[in-house]
Design a protein around this ligand. Structure first.
Ligand code: GAL
Length: 632
Protein backbone atom coordinates (compact mmCIF):
# COMPACT_ATOMS: atom_id res chain seq x y z
CA UNK A 1 0.00 0.00 0.00
CA UNK A 2 1.43 3.34 -1.09
CA UNK A 3 0.93 6.01 1.59
CA UNK A 4 0.12 9.57 0.57
CA UNK A 5 -0.33 13.10 1.89
CA UNK A 6 -2.90 15.81 1.31
CA UNK A 7 -4.46 18.98 2.62
CA UNK A 8 -7.85 20.60 3.20
CA UNK A 9 -8.53 23.53 0.92
CA UNK A 10 -11.32 26.07 0.63
CA UNK A 11 -11.20 27.61 -2.88
CA UNK A 12 -14.26 29.68 -1.98
CA UNK A 13 -12.14 31.51 0.60
CA UNK A 14 -9.56 32.77 -1.89
CA UNK A 15 -9.52 34.83 -5.10
CA UNK A 16 -9.73 32.57 -8.12
CA UNK A 17 -6.37 33.66 -9.62
CA UNK A 18 -4.69 32.21 -6.52
CA UNK A 19 -6.00 28.67 -7.05
CA UNK A 20 -3.51 27.62 -9.71
CA UNK A 21 -0.55 28.81 -7.69
CA UNK A 22 -1.88 27.04 -4.60
CA UNK A 23 -2.38 23.84 -6.56
CA UNK A 24 1.11 24.08 -8.04
CA UNK A 25 2.65 24.48 -4.60
CA UNK A 26 0.67 21.55 -3.20
CA UNK A 27 1.86 19.33 -6.02
CA UNK A 28 5.40 20.63 -5.74
CA UNK A 29 5.81 19.59 -2.10
CA UNK A 30 4.42 16.15 -2.85
CA UNK A 31 0.78 16.29 -1.78
CA UNK A 32 -1.60 13.87 -3.50
CA UNK A 33 -5.02 14.74 -2.03
CA UNK A 34 -7.00 17.92 -1.64
CA UNK A 35 -10.30 17.89 0.23
CA UNK A 36 -12.73 20.64 -0.70
CA UNK A 37 -16.33 21.69 -0.54
CA UNK A 38 -17.60 20.50 2.81
CA UNK A 39 -18.76 23.92 4.00
CA UNK A 40 -19.57 25.55 0.65
CA UNK A 41 -23.34 25.17 0.39
CA UNK A 42 -24.13 28.93 0.43
CA UNK A 43 -21.75 29.44 -2.50
CA UNK A 44 -23.06 26.45 -4.46
CA UNK A 45 -26.72 27.31 -3.93
CA UNK A 46 -26.87 31.00 -2.92
CA UNK A 47 -30.66 31.10 -2.98
CA UNK A 48 -33.02 28.10 -2.92
CA UNK A 49 -32.90 26.31 -6.25
CA UNK A 50 -30.38 28.75 -7.84
CA UNK A 51 -27.02 27.12 -8.36
CA UNK A 52 -23.59 28.54 -9.01
CA UNK A 53 -21.59 25.54 -10.16
CA UNK A 54 -19.08 27.51 -12.21
CA UNK A 55 -16.57 28.20 -9.46
CA UNK A 56 -16.62 24.63 -8.18
CA UNK A 57 -16.25 23.24 -11.71
CA UNK A 58 -13.21 25.44 -12.24
CA UNK A 59 -11.71 24.69 -8.82
CA UNK A 60 -11.91 20.95 -9.44
CA UNK A 61 -10.44 21.45 -12.92
CA UNK A 62 -7.52 23.52 -11.66
CA UNK A 63 -6.71 21.11 -8.85
CA UNK A 64 -6.91 18.00 -11.03
CA UNK A 65 -4.93 19.72 -13.80
CA UNK A 66 -2.07 19.97 -11.31
CA UNK A 67 -2.22 16.25 -10.66
CA UNK A 68 -4.07 16.48 -7.35
CA UNK A 69 -6.86 14.08 -6.45
CA UNK A 70 -9.98 15.74 -5.12
CA UNK A 71 -11.97 14.55 -2.12
CA UNK A 72 -15.32 16.29 -2.36
CA UNK A 73 -17.33 16.87 0.80
CA UNK A 74 -21.11 17.10 0.83
CA UNK A 75 -21.86 20.48 2.44
CA UNK A 76 -24.58 19.28 4.77
CA UNK A 77 -22.84 20.32 8.02
CA UNK A 78 -23.46 23.95 7.09
CA UNK A 79 -27.00 24.55 5.85
CA UNK A 80 -27.26 28.12 4.49
CA UNK A 81 -29.34 30.74 6.24
CA UNK A 82 -32.23 30.42 3.78
CA UNK A 83 -32.65 26.79 4.78
CA UNK A 84 -34.03 27.97 8.11
CA UNK A 85 -36.77 29.93 6.41
CA UNK A 86 -37.69 26.80 4.55
CA UNK A 87 -37.52 24.59 7.69
CA UNK A 88 -37.83 26.80 10.77
CA UNK A 89 -37.99 23.73 13.01
CA UNK A 90 -34.86 22.01 11.64
CA UNK A 91 -32.61 23.32 14.43
CA UNK A 92 -31.61 20.91 17.15
CA UNK A 93 -32.70 21.59 20.74
CA UNK A 94 -30.30 21.03 23.63
CA UNK A 95 -31.20 19.13 26.79
CA UNK A 96 -32.52 22.35 28.36
CA UNK A 97 -34.85 22.78 25.39
CA UNK A 98 -32.92 25.71 23.91
CA UNK A 99 -32.63 26.06 20.15
CA UNK A 100 -29.12 25.73 18.79
CA UNK A 101 -29.03 28.74 16.51
CA UNK A 102 -27.63 29.74 13.14
CA UNK A 103 -24.22 31.42 12.90
CA UNK A 104 -21.66 28.65 13.15
CA UNK A 105 -22.17 25.08 11.89
CA UNK A 106 -23.84 21.71 12.54
CA UNK A 107 -27.12 23.56 13.23
CA UNK A 108 -29.47 20.79 12.25
CA UNK A 109 -31.39 17.95 13.79
CA UNK A 110 -30.64 14.53 12.25
CA UNK A 111 -34.34 13.65 12.46
CA UNK A 112 -35.78 16.54 10.48
CA UNK A 113 -37.29 15.01 7.35
CA UNK A 114 -37.43 18.31 5.43
CA UNK A 115 -33.75 18.97 6.01
CA UNK A 116 -32.95 15.38 5.08
CA UNK A 117 -34.78 15.88 1.80
CA UNK A 118 -32.66 18.96 1.05
CA UNK A 119 -29.50 17.03 1.95
CA UNK A 120 -30.53 14.26 -0.43
CA UNK A 121 -31.15 16.85 -3.14
CA UNK A 122 -27.77 18.61 -2.85
CA UNK A 123 -26.00 15.27 -2.58
CA UNK A 124 -27.69 14.07 -5.75
CA UNK A 125 -26.71 17.28 -7.57
CA UNK A 126 -23.08 16.89 -6.51
CA UNK A 127 -22.94 13.18 -7.23
CA UNK A 128 -24.34 13.61 -10.74
CA UNK A 129 -22.13 16.54 -11.59
CA UNK A 130 -18.85 15.35 -10.08
CA UNK A 131 -19.31 11.60 -9.73
CA UNK A 132 -16.79 10.89 -12.47
CA UNK A 133 -14.48 13.80 -11.67
CA UNK A 134 -13.50 13.35 -8.06
CA UNK A 135 -11.31 10.65 -6.56
CA UNK A 136 -13.13 10.27 -3.24
CA UNK A 137 -16.07 11.62 -1.25
CA UNK A 138 -16.65 12.79 2.27
CA UNK A 139 -20.14 12.86 3.73
CA UNK A 140 -20.94 15.92 5.87
CA UNK A 141 -18.29 16.90 8.43
CA UNK A 142 -17.62 15.40 11.84
CA UNK A 143 -20.99 13.98 12.81
CA UNK A 144 -21.56 14.56 16.49
CA UNK A 145 -18.91 17.28 16.89
CA UNK A 146 -19.97 20.22 19.10
CA UNK A 147 -22.29 17.85 20.95
CA UNK A 148 -24.70 17.50 18.04
CA UNK A 149 -25.66 13.82 17.98
CA UNK A 150 -28.56 14.22 20.37
CA UNK A 151 -31.38 16.65 19.72
CA UNK A 152 -34.47 17.15 21.87
CA UNK A 153 -36.56 18.62 19.06
CA UNK A 154 -40.13 17.75 18.13
CA UNK A 155 -38.80 16.06 14.99
CA UNK A 156 -36.60 13.85 17.14
CA UNK A 157 -39.47 13.08 19.53
CA UNK A 158 -41.79 12.01 16.72
CA UNK A 159 -39.14 9.90 15.04
CA UNK A 160 -38.25 8.36 18.42
CA UNK A 161 -41.87 7.31 18.95
CA UNK A 162 -41.87 5.58 15.56
CA UNK A 163 -38.58 3.90 16.39
CA UNK A 164 -39.98 2.65 19.72
CA UNK A 165 -43.15 1.37 18.05
CA UNK A 166 -41.01 -0.57 15.59
CA UNK A 167 -38.82 -1.97 18.33
CA UNK A 168 -41.45 -2.90 20.90
CA UNK A 169 -44.61 -3.32 18.84
CA UNK A 170 -46.81 -2.66 21.91
CA UNK A 171 -46.70 -0.16 24.80
CA UNK A 172 -46.93 -3.12 27.21
CA UNK A 173 -43.74 -4.58 25.83
CA UNK A 174 -42.02 -1.20 26.20
CA UNK A 175 -43.31 -0.85 29.78
CA UNK A 176 -41.98 -4.30 30.65
CA UNK A 177 -38.59 -3.71 29.01
CA UNK A 178 -38.07 -0.35 30.69
CA UNK A 179 -39.52 -1.34 34.07
CA UNK A 180 -42.06 1.47 33.93
CA UNK A 181 -44.00 0.01 36.85
CA UNK A 182 -41.35 1.77 38.95
CA UNK A 183 -42.67 5.28 39.80
CA UNK A 184 -45.92 4.78 37.79
CA UNK A 185 -44.26 5.53 34.47
CA UNK A 186 -46.43 3.15 32.37
CA UNK A 187 -47.52 4.35 28.94
CA UNK A 188 -50.78 3.42 27.24
CA UNK A 189 -49.70 4.62 23.79
CA UNK A 190 -46.41 5.29 22.03
CA UNK A 191 -47.69 8.82 21.40
CA UNK A 192 -47.40 9.45 25.16
CA UNK A 193 -43.66 8.82 25.26
CA UNK A 194 -41.59 11.98 25.54
CA UNK A 195 -37.87 12.59 25.39
CA UNK A 196 -35.80 11.88 28.49
CA UNK A 197 -34.92 15.52 29.19
CA UNK A 198 -36.42 18.08 31.56
CA UNK A 199 -37.59 15.39 33.99
CA UNK A 200 -37.72 16.35 37.66
CA UNK A 201 -35.01 13.95 38.70
CA UNK A 202 -33.15 11.40 36.59
CA UNK A 203 -35.10 9.80 33.77
CA UNK A 204 -35.43 6.03 33.54
CA UNK A 205 -32.00 4.83 32.30
CA UNK A 206 -33.66 2.37 29.91
CA UNK A 207 -35.51 5.31 28.36
CA UNK A 208 -32.26 7.27 28.08
CA UNK A 209 -30.48 4.28 26.54
CA UNK A 210 -33.16 3.76 23.92
CA UNK A 211 -33.05 7.45 23.07
CA UNK A 212 -29.29 7.20 22.66
CA UNK A 213 -29.62 4.09 20.48
CA UNK A 214 -32.24 5.90 18.41
CA UNK A 215 -30.03 9.01 18.11
CA UNK A 216 -27.12 6.88 16.93
CA UNK A 217 -29.36 5.14 14.38
CA UNK A 218 -30.42 8.56 13.09
CA UNK A 219 -26.78 9.45 12.37
CA UNK A 220 -26.32 6.18 10.48
CA UNK A 221 -29.47 6.62 8.43
CA UNK A 222 -28.67 10.30 7.70
CA UNK A 223 -25.30 9.17 6.40
CA UNK A 224 -26.78 6.26 4.45
CA UNK A 225 -29.12 8.63 2.67
CA UNK A 226 -26.05 10.29 1.18
CA UNK A 227 -23.96 7.17 0.50
CA UNK A 228 -26.85 5.48 -1.34
CA UNK A 229 -27.19 8.48 -3.64
CA UNK A 230 -23.46 8.94 -4.24
CA UNK A 231 -22.99 5.25 -5.08
CA UNK A 232 -25.58 5.43 -7.82
CA UNK A 233 -23.49 8.05 -9.64
CA UNK A 234 -19.90 7.48 -8.64
CA UNK A 235 -17.47 4.63 -8.14
CA UNK A 236 -15.16 6.76 -6.01
CA UNK A 237 -14.79 5.61 -2.39
CA UNK A 238 -16.87 7.37 0.26
CA UNK A 239 -15.51 8.47 3.62
CA UNK A 240 -16.55 10.42 6.66
CA UNK A 241 -14.22 12.33 8.99
CA UNK A 242 -14.94 11.34 12.60
CA UNK A 243 -13.77 13.52 15.48
CA UNK A 244 -11.53 12.24 18.27
CA UNK A 245 -13.21 11.06 21.48
CA UNK A 246 -16.73 11.57 20.09
CA UNK A 247 -18.50 8.42 21.20
CA UNK A 248 -22.19 9.23 21.26
CA UNK A 249 -23.01 7.51 18.02
CA UNK A 250 -21.87 4.09 16.88
CA UNK A 251 -19.07 4.62 14.38
CA UNK A 252 -19.07 0.93 13.45
CA UNK A 253 -22.73 1.23 12.41
CA UNK A 254 -22.23 4.44 10.43
CA UNK A 255 -18.98 3.08 9.03
CA UNK A 256 -20.71 0.02 7.61
CA UNK A 257 -22.02 2.25 4.80
CA UNK A 258 -18.64 3.83 4.06
CA UNK A 259 -15.58 2.63 2.15
CA UNK A 260 -13.03 4.53 4.21
CA UNK A 261 -13.05 5.76 7.80
CA UNK A 262 -11.17 8.98 8.41
CA UNK A 263 -10.60 10.95 11.56
CA UNK A 264 -9.44 14.42 12.50
CA UNK A 265 -6.35 14.43 14.65
CA UNK A 266 -5.62 17.47 16.83
CA UNK A 267 -3.20 16.08 19.42
CA UNK A 268 -2.60 19.28 21.39
CA UNK A 269 -6.25 20.31 21.44
CA UNK A 270 -7.26 16.82 22.61
CA UNK A 271 -4.63 16.71 25.35
CA UNK A 272 -5.77 19.96 26.81
CA UNK A 273 -9.50 19.34 26.74
CA UNK A 274 -10.44 15.70 26.16
CA UNK A 275 -8.12 13.52 28.18
CA UNK A 276 -8.36 12.71 31.87
CA UNK A 277 -4.71 13.13 32.86
CA UNK A 278 -2.71 14.65 35.67
CA UNK A 279 -1.51 18.26 35.35
CA UNK A 280 2.08 16.92 35.24
CA UNK A 281 1.27 14.66 32.28
CA UNK A 282 -0.46 17.49 30.46
CA UNK A 283 2.48 19.79 31.06
CA UNK A 284 5.03 17.21 29.92
CA UNK A 285 3.23 16.60 26.63
CA UNK A 286 1.66 20.01 26.03
CA UNK A 287 3.62 20.55 22.80
CA UNK A 288 3.43 16.94 21.61
CA UNK A 289 0.07 15.52 22.58
CA UNK A 290 -0.67 12.42 24.63
CA UNK A 291 1.61 9.56 23.50
CA UNK A 292 -1.32 7.13 23.10
CA UNK A 293 -4.33 9.20 22.13
CA UNK A 294 -3.58 9.40 18.41
CA UNK A 295 -2.52 5.76 18.23
CA UNK A 296 -5.74 4.69 19.94
CA UNK A 297 -7.81 6.45 17.31
CA UNK A 298 -5.65 5.13 14.50
CA UNK A 299 -6.29 1.60 15.76
CA UNK A 300 -9.99 2.31 16.30
CA UNK A 301 -10.55 3.72 12.83
CA UNK A 302 -8.57 0.95 11.19
CA UNK A 303 -11.28 -1.25 12.65
CA UNK A 304 -14.20 1.09 11.84
CA UNK A 305 -12.93 1.35 8.25
CA UNK A 306 -12.44 -2.43 7.97
CA UNK A 307 -8.79 -1.78 7.14
CA UNK A 308 -9.21 1.37 5.05
CA UNK A 309 -8.67 4.60 6.94
CA UNK A 310 -7.03 8.04 6.76
CA UNK A 311 -6.31 11.04 8.90
CA UNK A 312 -8.41 13.61 7.04
CA UNK A 313 -7.36 16.56 9.19
CA UNK A 314 -3.95 16.66 10.84
CA UNK A 315 -3.10 19.47 13.24
CA UNK A 316 -0.48 21.66 11.56
CA UNK A 317 0.41 24.10 14.36
CA UNK A 318 -1.51 25.90 17.13
CA UNK A 319 -5.28 25.44 16.91
CA UNK A 320 -7.81 28.01 18.09
CA UNK A 321 -10.34 25.99 20.07
CA UNK A 322 -8.66 24.50 23.14
CA UNK A 323 -8.36 26.34 26.47
CA UNK A 324 -4.69 27.02 25.62
CA UNK A 325 -3.15 26.51 22.19
CA UNK A 326 0.60 25.93 22.31
CA UNK A 327 2.83 25.59 19.29
CA UNK A 328 3.83 21.95 18.64
CA UNK A 329 7.50 21.09 19.11
CA UNK A 330 9.42 21.13 15.85
CA UNK A 331 9.19 17.59 14.51
CA UNK A 332 5.69 16.79 15.73
CA UNK A 333 3.89 17.50 12.44
CA UNK A 334 6.21 14.91 10.90
CA UNK A 335 5.94 12.45 13.80
CA UNK A 336 2.12 12.54 13.79
CA UNK A 337 2.02 11.70 10.08
CA UNK A 338 4.48 8.84 10.39
CA UNK A 339 2.64 7.47 13.38
CA UNK A 340 -0.55 7.34 11.31
CA UNK A 341 1.26 5.55 8.49
CA UNK A 342 2.80 3.10 10.92
CA UNK A 343 -0.70 2.24 12.11
CA UNK A 344 -1.86 1.71 8.54
CA UNK A 345 -3.27 5.07 7.37
CA UNK A 346 -3.56 5.28 3.60
CA UNK A 347 -3.32 9.05 3.67
CA UNK A 348 -2.70 11.97 6.02
CA UNK A 349 -4.10 15.40 5.10
CA UNK A 350 -3.01 18.50 6.97
CA UNK A 351 -5.74 20.91 8.00
CA UNK A 352 -5.64 23.43 6.43
CA UNK A 353 -3.68 24.70 3.44
CA UNK A 354 -3.67 28.41 4.28
CA UNK A 355 -4.62 30.05 7.57
CA UNK A 356 -7.78 32.10 7.06
CA UNK A 357 -7.43 35.72 8.20
CA UNK A 358 -11.18 36.00 8.77
CA UNK A 359 -14.00 34.37 10.75
CA UNK A 360 -13.97 31.77 13.50
CA UNK A 361 -10.68 30.00 12.77
CA UNK A 362 -8.47 33.00 11.98
CA UNK A 363 -6.19 31.99 14.89
CA UNK A 364 -5.85 28.38 13.61
CA UNK A 365 -2.53 27.66 11.90
CA UNK A 366 -2.34 26.27 8.38
CA UNK A 367 0.45 24.96 6.19
CA UNK A 368 0.77 28.51 4.91
CA UNK A 369 0.47 31.72 6.90
CA UNK A 370 -2.32 34.14 5.93
CA UNK A 371 0.28 35.95 3.79
CA UNK A 372 0.93 32.71 1.87
CA UNK A 373 4.44 32.27 3.27
CA UNK A 374 5.21 28.72 4.40
CA UNK A 375 4.39 27.89 8.03
CA UNK A 376 6.34 25.06 9.72
CA UNK A 377 3.83 22.36 8.66
CA UNK A 378 4.52 23.16 5.01
CA UNK A 379 8.14 22.12 5.46
CA UNK A 380 7.16 19.15 7.63
CA UNK A 381 4.79 17.86 4.94
CA UNK A 382 7.46 18.32 2.27
CA UNK A 383 9.88 16.33 4.42
CA UNK A 384 7.40 13.49 4.99
CA UNK A 385 6.65 13.44 1.25
CA UNK A 386 10.38 13.03 0.50
CA UNK A 387 10.65 10.26 3.07
CA UNK A 388 7.59 8.52 1.65
CA UNK A 389 9.23 8.56 -1.76
CA UNK A 390 12.07 6.51 -0.24
CA UNK A 391 9.80 4.25 1.76
CA UNK A 392 6.30 4.32 0.33
CA UNK A 393 5.47 0.80 1.48
CA UNK A 394 4.46 0.29 5.07
CA UNK A 395 3.02 -3.15 5.51
CA UNK A 396 0.59 -4.24 8.19
CA UNK A 397 0.54 -7.15 10.57
CA UNK A 398 -2.11 -8.25 13.02
CA UNK A 399 -1.17 -7.21 16.54
CA UNK A 400 -0.79 -9.91 19.21
CA UNK A 401 -3.30 -8.16 21.46
CA UNK A 402 -6.86 -7.01 20.82
CA UNK A 403 -9.07 -4.63 22.75
CA UNK A 404 -12.84 -4.60 22.25
CA UNK A 405 -14.46 -1.17 21.93
CA UNK A 406 -18.22 -0.71 22.26
CA UNK A 407 -19.98 2.62 21.71
CA UNK A 408 -23.13 1.40 23.43
CA UNK A 409 -21.17 0.92 26.64
CA UNK A 410 -20.08 4.55 26.43
CA UNK A 411 -23.78 5.51 26.46
CA UNK A 412 -24.55 3.01 29.21
CA UNK A 413 -21.99 4.37 31.62
CA UNK A 414 -22.70 7.99 30.72
CA UNK A 415 -26.30 7.19 31.61
CA UNK A 416 -25.38 5.39 34.82
CA UNK A 417 -21.81 6.19 35.91
CA UNK A 418 -22.53 5.22 39.53
CA UNK A 419 -19.34 7.06 40.54
CA UNK A 420 -18.17 10.48 39.38
CA UNK A 421 -15.72 10.16 36.52
CA UNK A 422 -16.66 6.66 35.40
CA UNK A 423 -16.26 7.34 31.71
CA UNK A 424 -16.12 4.43 29.26
CA UNK A 425 -13.73 6.10 26.85
CA UNK A 426 -11.24 6.84 29.61
CA UNK A 427 -11.61 3.35 31.09
CA UNK A 428 -10.81 1.67 27.78
CA UNK A 429 -8.13 4.19 26.98
CA UNK A 430 -6.50 3.40 30.34
CA UNK A 431 -6.19 -0.28 29.38
CA UNK A 432 -4.87 0.72 25.96
CA UNK A 433 -2.23 2.94 27.57
CA UNK A 434 -1.25 0.06 29.84
CA UNK A 435 -0.64 -2.18 26.82
CA UNK A 436 1.33 0.46 24.94
CA UNK A 437 3.54 1.31 27.90
CA UNK A 438 4.69 -2.31 27.61
CA UNK A 439 5.66 -1.78 23.97
CA UNK A 440 2.71 -3.67 22.50
CA UNK A 441 0.90 -3.08 19.22
CA UNK A 442 -2.87 -3.37 19.60
CA UNK A 443 -5.81 -4.08 17.33
CA UNK A 444 -9.20 -2.68 18.32
CA UNK A 445 -12.20 -4.90 17.62
CA UNK A 446 -15.91 -4.15 17.30
CA UNK A 447 -18.12 -5.41 20.14
CA UNK A 448 -19.84 -8.12 18.13
CA UNK A 449 -16.67 -9.81 16.98
CA UNK A 450 -16.27 -13.54 16.96
CA UNK A 451 -12.79 -13.26 15.45
CA UNK A 452 -10.72 -13.78 18.57
CA UNK A 453 -8.61 -16.72 17.46
CA UNK A 454 -5.97 -14.54 15.77
CA UNK A 455 -5.00 -12.95 19.11
CA UNK A 456 -3.02 -14.25 22.04
CA UNK A 457 -4.61 -11.80 24.44
CA UNK A 458 -8.00 -10.08 24.28
CA UNK A 459 -9.19 -7.31 26.62
CA UNK A 460 -12.87 -6.53 27.12
CA UNK A 461 -13.26 -3.99 29.93
CA UNK A 462 -16.61 -2.46 30.93
CA UNK A 463 -18.73 -3.80 28.07
CA UNK A 464 -22.29 -3.43 29.31
CA UNK A 465 -23.75 -6.38 27.40
CA UNK A 466 -21.64 -9.05 25.72
CA UNK A 467 -23.53 -10.26 22.65
CA UNK A 468 -24.16 -14.04 22.52
CA UNK A 469 -21.74 -14.42 19.60
CA UNK A 470 -18.93 -12.90 21.66
CA UNK A 471 -19.72 -15.08 24.66
CA UNK A 472 -19.59 -18.08 22.37
CA UNK A 473 -16.29 -16.86 20.95
CA UNK A 474 -14.86 -16.55 24.47
CA UNK A 475 -16.04 -20.07 25.27
CA UNK A 476 -14.06 -21.40 22.30
CA UNK A 477 -11.08 -19.07 22.69
CA UNK A 478 -7.74 -20.61 23.59
CA UNK A 479 -5.70 -17.49 24.34
CA UNK A 480 -5.84 -15.28 27.41
CA UNK A 481 -8.68 -12.84 28.04
CA UNK A 482 -8.95 -10.04 30.56
CA UNK A 483 -12.59 -9.16 31.07
CA UNK A 484 -14.16 -6.67 33.43
CA UNK A 485 -14.76 -4.78 35.55
CA UNK A 486 -18.44 -4.09 34.86
CA UNK A 487 -18.49 -6.31 31.78
CA UNK A 488 -21.77 -8.07 30.98
CA UNK A 489 -23.48 -6.36 33.91
CA UNK A 490 -26.61 -5.23 32.01
CA UNK A 491 -29.21 -7.00 29.94
CA UNK A 492 -30.00 -5.62 26.50
CA UNK A 493 -32.91 -3.78 28.20
CA UNK A 494 -30.55 -2.16 30.69
CA UNK A 495 -31.46 -4.17 33.76
CA UNK A 496 -29.27 -6.21 36.08
CA UNK A 497 -29.23 -9.80 34.78
CA UNK A 498 -29.83 -12.88 36.89
CA UNK A 499 -27.85 -14.99 37.34
CA UNK A 500 -25.75 -12.04 38.40
CA UNK A 501 -22.85 -10.86 36.23
CA UNK A 502 -20.38 -11.51 34.80
CA UNK A 503 -21.89 -14.78 33.48
CA UNK A 504 -18.78 -15.84 31.62
CA UNK A 505 -18.41 -19.32 30.16
CA UNK A 506 -17.05 -21.75 32.76
CA UNK A 507 -16.19 -19.05 35.31
CA UNK A 508 -17.87 -19.71 38.63
CA UNK A 509 -18.18 -16.24 40.11
CA UNK A 510 -20.81 -13.55 40.58
CA UNK A 511 -20.51 -9.87 41.36
CA UNK A 512 -22.22 -9.83 44.75
CA UNK A 513 -21.69 -6.13 45.42
CA UNK A 514 -20.12 -3.13 43.79
CA UNK A 515 -18.84 0.10 45.27
CA UNK A 516 -17.41 3.28 43.79
CA UNK A 517 -14.53 5.06 45.41
CA UNK A 518 -13.61 8.72 45.71
CA UNK A 519 -10.03 9.50 44.63
CA UNK A 520 -8.71 9.35 48.20
CA UNK A 521 -10.23 5.91 48.89
CA UNK A 522 -8.34 3.43 46.69
CA UNK A 523 -8.55 -0.29 47.52
CA UNK A 524 -4.99 -1.68 47.65
CA UNK A 525 -4.16 -5.01 46.04
CA UNK A 526 -2.10 -7.53 47.95
CA UNK A 527 0.52 -7.71 45.19
CA UNK A 528 0.82 -3.92 44.83
CA UNK A 529 -1.10 -1.11 43.21
CA UNK A 530 -4.79 -0.46 43.82
CA UNK A 531 -8.27 -0.45 42.47
CA UNK A 532 -9.53 3.10 42.00
CA UNK A 533 -13.03 4.45 41.42
CA UNK A 534 -14.71 1.08 40.72
CA UNK A 535 -14.52 -2.08 42.78
CA UNK A 536 -16.55 -5.31 42.88
CA UNK A 537 -16.85 -8.02 45.54
CA UNK A 538 -16.92 -11.45 43.92
CA UNK A 539 -18.33 -14.72 45.23
CA UNK A 540 -17.91 -18.20 43.81
CA UNK A 541 -15.37 -20.97 43.48
CA UNK A 542 -13.33 -19.56 40.56
CA UNK A 543 -9.56 -19.73 41.03
CA UNK A 544 -8.31 -16.51 42.65
CA UNK A 545 -5.18 -15.09 41.04
CA UNK A 546 -4.93 -11.90 43.10
CA UNK A 547 -6.60 -10.54 46.23
CA UNK A 548 -7.28 -7.07 47.57
CA UNK A 549 -5.68 -6.32 50.93
CA UNK A 550 -9.13 -6.51 52.52
CA UNK A 551 -9.34 -10.13 51.45
CA UNK A 552 -11.62 -10.11 48.40
CA UNK A 553 -10.76 -11.67 45.04
CA UNK A 554 -9.31 -9.02 42.72
CA UNK A 555 -8.62 -11.24 39.73
CA UNK A 556 -10.18 -14.66 39.13
CA UNK A 557 -9.69 -17.11 36.29
CA UNK A 558 -10.67 -20.31 34.63
CA UNK A 559 -8.01 -21.47 32.19
CA UNK A 560 -7.03 -18.33 30.22
CA UNK A 561 -10.25 -16.46 30.94
CA UNK A 562 -9.68 -13.80 33.60
CA UNK A 563 -12.18 -11.52 35.29
CA UNK A 564 -10.93 -8.32 36.93
CA UNK A 565 -12.97 -6.97 39.84
CA UNK A 566 -12.04 -3.30 39.69
CA UNK A 567 -10.29 -0.52 37.81
CA UNK A 568 -6.55 -1.04 38.24
CA UNK A 569 -4.13 1.84 38.68
CA UNK A 570 -0.99 1.98 36.56
CA UNK A 571 1.25 -0.36 38.64
CA UNK A 572 -1.51 -2.96 39.10
CA UNK A 573 -2.38 -2.93 35.40
CA UNK A 574 1.28 -3.21 34.36
CA UNK A 575 1.75 -6.26 36.59
CA UNK A 576 -1.43 -8.00 35.46
CA UNK A 577 -0.77 -7.40 31.77
CA UNK A 578 2.89 -8.39 32.03
CA UNK A 579 1.94 -11.68 33.65
CA UNK A 580 -0.79 -12.45 31.12
CA UNK A 581 1.55 -11.65 28.23
CA UNK A 582 4.35 -13.78 29.66
CA UNK A 583 2.00 -16.75 29.94
CA UNK A 584 1.08 -16.30 26.28
CA UNK A 585 4.63 -15.86 25.03
CA UNK A 586 4.10 -12.19 24.12
CA UNK A 587 7.25 -10.10 24.64
CA UNK A 588 6.81 -6.97 26.72
CA UNK A 589 9.30 -4.19 27.47
CA UNK A 590 8.38 -1.35 29.81
CA UNK A 591 9.07 1.78 27.76
CA UNK A 592 10.48 5.09 28.99
CA UNK A 593 7.87 7.80 29.52
CA UNK A 594 6.74 9.17 26.15
CA UNK A 595 8.43 6.52 24.00
CA UNK A 596 6.09 4.31 22.01
CA UNK A 597 6.57 1.65 19.43
CA UNK A 598 4.54 0.07 16.66
CA UNK A 599 5.31 -2.98 14.61
CA UNK A 600 4.11 -2.91 11.00
CA UNK A 601 5.13 -5.65 8.65
CA UNK A 602 8.90 -5.65 8.30
CA UNK A 603 9.37 -2.41 10.25
CA UNK A 604 9.40 -1.41 13.87
CA UNK A 605 8.71 2.30 14.41
CA UNK A 606 9.75 4.24 17.49
CA UNK A 607 8.00 7.49 18.38
CA UNK A 608 9.43 9.79 21.00
CA UNK A 609 6.67 12.03 22.34
CA UNK A 610 9.15 13.35 24.88
CA UNK A 611 10.88 16.71 24.72
CA UNK A 612 14.27 15.07 25.41
CA UNK A 613 16.20 12.48 23.42
CA UNK A 614 15.72 8.90 24.61
CA UNK A 615 18.18 6.05 24.42
CA UNK A 616 16.36 2.73 24.52
CA UNK A 617 18.02 -0.66 24.11
CA UNK A 618 20.92 0.90 22.26
CA UNK A 619 18.94 3.06 19.85
CA UNK A 620 18.67 6.81 20.21
CA UNK A 621 15.44 8.55 19.39
CA UNK A 622 15.57 12.35 19.18
CA UNK A 623 12.99 14.56 20.93
CA UNK A 624 9.73 14.69 18.97
CA UNK A 625 11.43 12.19 16.71
CA UNK A 626 10.56 9.03 14.86
CA UNK A 627 12.94 6.31 13.77
CA UNK A 628 12.27 2.97 12.17
CA UNK A 629 14.23 -0.20 11.73
CA UNK A 630 13.88 -3.38 9.72
CA UNK A 631 13.03 -6.42 11.78
CA UNK A 632 13.09 -10.09 11.07
C1 GAL B 1 -12.25 20.17 12.88
C2 GAL B 1 -13.19 20.55 11.75
C3 GAL B 1 -12.56 21.56 10.83
C4 GAL B 1 -11.92 22.66 11.62
C5 GAL B 1 -10.91 22.08 12.55
C6 GAL B 1 -10.16 23.10 13.36
O1 GAL B 1 -12.95 19.67 13.97
O2 GAL B 1 -13.58 19.43 11.00
O3 GAL B 1 -13.54 22.09 9.96
O4 GAL B 1 -12.90 23.35 12.32
O5 GAL B 1 -11.56 21.22 13.45
O6 GAL B 1 -9.25 22.49 14.24
Amino acid sequence: MKRTLGTCYYPEHWPEPQWAEDAARMAEIGLTWVRIGEFAWSRIEPTPGTYDWGWLDRAIEVLTAHGLKVVLGTPTATPPRWMLDRHPDMLALDAQGHKRGFGSRRHYCFSHSGYRADCARITLDLAKRYGQKVAAWQTDNEYGCHDTTISYSDAARDAFRDWLAQKYQSPDALNRAWGNVFWSMDYADFAEVGLPNLTVTEANPAHVMDFRRFSSDQVASFNRLQTDIIRRHSAAPISHNYMGAVVDFDHFATGADLDIATWDSYPLGFLSDRIAASPGHKRAFSRQGDPDFQAFHHDLYRSVGRGRWWVMEQQPGPVNWAPYNPDPLPGMARLWAWEAFAHGAEAVCYFRWRQAPFAQEQMHAGMLRPDSQPAPAYHAAAEVARELADMPEVQETAAPVALIFDYMSAWAWATQPQGRGFDYFNVVFGFYQGLRRLGLSVDILPPDTAALAAYKLVLAPAIATLPPAVLAAFAAYEGAALIGPRTNSKTADFSIPTPLPPNLPGLDCVVARIETLPPDLPVPLAMGGSFTLWREKLEGSARVVEYTTDGWPALVAVDGLHYLAGLPDEPALARILTRLCAAQGIDTTPLPNGLRCRQSGAHRFWFNYGAEAVVHEGRSIPPAGVVWEKIG
